[in-house]
Design a protein around this ligand. Structure first.
Ligand code: ATP
Length: 307
């Protein structure tokens, strides 16, 4: 279907009843849905490319043939109604679904020229390069400093100097530099620089979430996956996280699941819209999705007719 006819065809389908009532896409394959919109094109290289990603949880087919290219150094939002597979798809991007026994993933996810689902992929290395920030802030019950340096120390990325070890000291210039860099990148340094050895659990929710972002940055990732990172925060803390995400996109690729269409519109460069049943119904520049989507279903969803 051509670009010019696709929307008209979709609307005609809706009138002839081929559309299945908006919230579901029963009877249509991902391939048929895919014909409703034009392949999203952008300048530059993708950070991640997915090809025909399917996920089953037992008999439940939770994601259908998801194929998208995610541009480097930008924010990609995944939106859609509850249960449409946003988090499942996000977890496919760094194989976090491997931890869910019932999840069966097929298809390819290409990162740095390799399919991350190939045998022999080093999962520790993969998750250092593709970090994750969760819905609720989950700092370790350790000092602010140790929250940042724990991972790099564990992986041997920070060497404690021989002198420090002989003196029984745990600190190092390398650690100090890392802690300051990550806290600055996460816009938290000024608030915590005088209490780096305090327990992180004493920070506010918004500060804890920025600490978790700083912790994710400490392993030197290329991609940050965020699953509703602001949903547990008040509006002021949310706004700080949104500003931070926009700043981070200068150096990192961010993929964010959000329930808030306003948030997706504010901070993302491109948006993928999923609908119930685990189908991708449109993927394009965020402005296009919110101002002139190709798919009638997307228009109905973003104008609040359902979902
Ligand atoms: N661990 C699991 N075991 C079995 N089924 C699961 C599991 N996680 C998700 N599912 C199912 O997969 C489908 C997609 O769920 P997922 O959490 O990915 O959707 P979502 O769009 O992120 O939802 P929400 O917006 O409510 O967080 C749902 O039908 C859900 O019940």
């Amino acid at each position: 279907m051509s670009e010019t006819t696709s929307k008209a065809q979709t609307q005609a389908d809706a009138q002839t009843g081929q559309q299945s009532g908006g919230t579901t896409v029963e009877g249509e394959t991902q391939e048929e849905l895919r014909e409703e919109w034009v392949q999203y094109e952008f300048d530059g290289q993708p950070a991640i490319s997915t090809r025909d990603v399917n996920v089953h949880y037992g008999d439940d087919h939770a994601l259908h043939d998801i194929s998208i290219d995610i541009p480097k150094n930008s924010v990609t939002a995944l939106i859609g109604p509850s249960g449409c597979g946003k988090s499942t798809f996000l977890r496919c991007l760094n194989r976090m679904n491997d931890r869910i026994k019932a999840a069966d993933v097929s298809g390819e996810v290409e990162f740095n020229g390799k399919n991350i689902y190939d045998k022999g992929t080093n999962l520790v290395e993969l998750r250092k390069r593709i970090g994750q920030v969760f819905q609720s802030p989950n700092p370790f019950p350790k000092s602010i400093r140790k929250n940042i340096s724990y991972g790099p120390r564990k992986h041997g990325d920070i060497d404690v100097s021989l002198l420090s070890r002989l003196l029984g000291r745990d600190d190092s210039d390398e650690e100090d530099e890392l802690v300051e860099r990550c806290l600055r990148q996460a816009a938290l340094w000024d608030e915590v620089k005088d209490r780096l050895d305090d327990n992180a659990l004493g920070l506010s929710g918004g500060q804890q979430q920025r600490l978790c972002i700083a912790r994710a940055l400490a392993t030197d990732p290329e991609v940050l996956l965020m699953d509703e990172p602001a949903s547990a925060l008040d509006p002021i803390a949310t706004s700080r996280i949104e500003d931070l995400i926009s700043d981070l996109a200068e150096d990192y690729t961010v993929v964010i699941v959000t329930h808030s269409m306003q948030q997706a519109a504010r901070i993302s460069d491109q948006t993928a819209v999923f609908l119930t049943g685990g189908y991708l119904v449109e993927y394009d520049d965020t402005d296009k999705i919110f101002e002139n989507p190709e798919s009638q279903r997307v228009e109905d969803y973003i104008t609040g007719k359902f979902g």
